[in-house]
Design a protein around this ligand. Structure first.
Ligand SMILES: Cc1cc2nc3c(=O)[nH]c(=O)nc-3n(C[C@H](O)[C@H](O)[C@H](O)COP(=O)(O)O)c2cc1C
Length: 152
């Protein structure tokens, strides 16, 4: 069956948060990982100051259903599509939802490919998103290789 990848950037509606941000993140991740496991959806969620960037991967139907769920979530607004296309492989095959908080700017200071994700008025391009997502996908892959070598 065909795989599909969707990536979008969206503005956070702080007034719609029910809990303090760290609790809201923990609770939302717990919930979305549970839903994504059932739907066979994997991906990554990056928190960037006033925005989030999320990539969703899986079979076309479940990915599009998930995008629809996200679009209807009152905690998000101004959803801008960045990637919407069939995919040959999953970038985050083992991540029900990989998460990174980039708000302190430290990771972006160290890795230039992450800088286009930081808040700026222009759009994040498809190429910029792929470079930034590949950074985290490679990091996960390296971790797996190390674990395999150490047999852990
Ligand atoms: C930042 C963010 C990321 C989300 N990611 C997902 C996701 O990966 N999968 C999913 O099914 N829903 C996702 N959602 C949608 C919400 O989890 C969804 O609206 C929620 O599950 C609604 O159901 P509930 O009211 O029963 O919790 C996301 C929502 C937000 C705010």
């Amino acid at each position: 069956m065909e795989l599909y990848r969707a990536c979008y950037r969206s503005k956070i509606r702080w007034d719609e948060m029910r809990l303090a941000l760290p609790d809201e993140i923990d609770r939302t991740l717990l919930r979305i990982r549970r839903i994504n496991r059932k739907a066979g959806v994997t991906g990554a969620l990056l928190l960037v100051d006033q925005h989030i960037v999320q990539v969703l991967e899986g079979h076309t139907g479940p990915v599009l259903d998930t995008v629809y769920c996200v679009m209807n979530d009152p905690r998000l607004e101004n959803i801008e599509g960045i990637i919407h296309e069939p995919a040959d492989y999953r970038m985050f095959p083992n991540s029900l939802m990989f998460f990174r908080d980039l708000t302190d700017g430290l990771a972006a200071a160290k890795h230039p490919v992450l800088r286009p994700l930081l808040d700026h008025p222009g759009e994040v391009t498809r190429d910029e998103a792929y470079l930034a997502l590949s950074h985290f996908a490679c990091e996960l892959q390296e971790g797996r290789l190390t674990n395999d070598m150490l047999m852990i």
